[in-house]
Design a protein around this ligand. Structure first.
Ligand SMILES: Cc1cc2nc3c(=O)[nH]c(=O)nc-3n(C[C@H](O)[C@H](O)[C@H](O)COP(=O)(O)OP(=O)(O)OC[C@H]3O[C@@H](n4cnc5c(N)ncnc54)[C@H](O)[C@@H]3O)c2cc1C
Length: 302
């Protein structure tokens, strides 16, 4: 890590929001729904689909969970009206999982039902370990009623292997990601990339073997190669899996995979809660700061 990124991380909370926004701008579409829609349109033109994320998490007021529901409904309306190739990703704590399971279920049920009318799909992101059980419970209960809901797994979480059978039972649509996003104790999660990189292809393989649809969400060339190796061995066709990447990260790799004929979906976050999201991403990957700095005066995401 460079001196600048070290200083940035150290003093992050003292930095005025407008300055942080200059850095964050690369990784979020903007603050409004229109910004997200504009980015999705640009991606669709390049043969790339999207998943829209309204920024927000760890909500402690019931009213804010209802606001999240309304914002996501508007996003679904806009996707439909504009004829875009995009689904949505949600964080259960944005919908009240941290307040009560019942509140969260009620909100997410309404959203999945709403999405169903448009033949659209809702993915439950996976957050820090205290919310994994609640998220999988939510997934199971909704999946019994709807087929347009999916979830995610994090390779760094030790228990992940024991969750696979449940996901296979439900023939789930699963995003596989490395995790390492939320700091977790050693008892809960592997602490280094070495173990995580070993388990990642195993998750892909077990889920595909079990008849799940898998989204391999990574920017790591090795994990992409591992995904393609497993897909080839199992004879999975291009419509049986997809790659996913985050908006603002390695558009060159994104285009390489698209040009090879693979399905690619970009996670496009937008919203007024951009600050917390950006801080988390900068903390997770301080190289992002160097990366932004090296390109800040050149170009934004295409
Ligand atoms: C679509 C999508 C959805 C996700 N959903 C979740 C979720 O629900 N829950 C969750 O906990 N996590 C989620 N994540 C985050 C994920 O768990 C990882 O923390 C993150 O993707 C980094 O892991 P990686 O596989 O890219 O590998 P890494 O080994 O971290 O990175 C691989 C390569 O990409 C490069 N890279 C990474 N970021 C940048 C950058 N900003 N600029 C330039 N190069 C970069 C690295 O330098 C490295 O060379 C999601 C990720 C994606 C792509």
């Amino acid at each position: 890590m460079g001196i600048f990124s070290n200083l940035f991380i150290y003093g992050m909370h003292a930095i005025p929001k407008p300055i942080v926004y200059v850095f964050a701008r690369r990784y979020i579409a903007g603050t409004e729904l229109n910004d997200g829609i504009k980015v999705v349109k640009g991606l669709n033109r390049r043969n790339v689909c999207a998943t829209l994320d309204v920024l927000g998490e760890s909500v402690t007021e019931e009213k804010k969970t209802r606001d999240a529901l309304e914002e996501y409904k508007k996003a679904l309306d806009a996707i439909e009206e504009e004829g875009l190739d995009s689904n949505i990703s949600i964080k259960p704590t944005h919908f009240g999982l941290g307040i009560s399971y019942e509140l969260c279920y009620e909100n997410v049920y309404e959203l999945v039902n709403y999405a169903k009318r448009y033949n659209n799909f809702v993915r439950l992101d996976i957050e820090d370990s205290p919310y994994i059980d609640g998220t999988f419970k939510l997934y199971r209960e909704l999946r019994k009623k709807f087929d347009n809901v999916g979830t995610a797994v994090q390779a760094y979480i030790r228990r992940v292997i024991s969750d696979l059978d449940m996901l296979v039972d439900y023939k789930a649509n699963v995003r596989v990601c490395k995790g390492l996003t939320y700091p977790e104790p050693r008892s809960i999660a592997y602490q280094t990339k070495r173990e995580v990189d070993k388990i990642y292809p195993y998750l892909i393989e077990k889920l595909l073997r079990g008849g799940c649809y898998v989204a391999s969400a990574t920017h790591d060339e090795l994990m992409i190669a591992e995904t393609l190796r497993v897909v080839d061995i199992l004879g999975i066709k291009n419509d049986g899996f997809e790659f996913q990447m985050l908006y603002g990260v390695d558009s060159e790799l994104r285009d390489i995979l698209v040009n090879m004929g693979y399905k690619m979906r970009i996670y496009v976050p937008f919203g007024r809660e951009w600050h917390a999201y950006s801080m988390r991403r900068f903390r997770k990957n301080p190289r992002m700061i160097n990366y932004v700095f090296s390109t800040i005066f050149t170009r934004y995401e295409k």
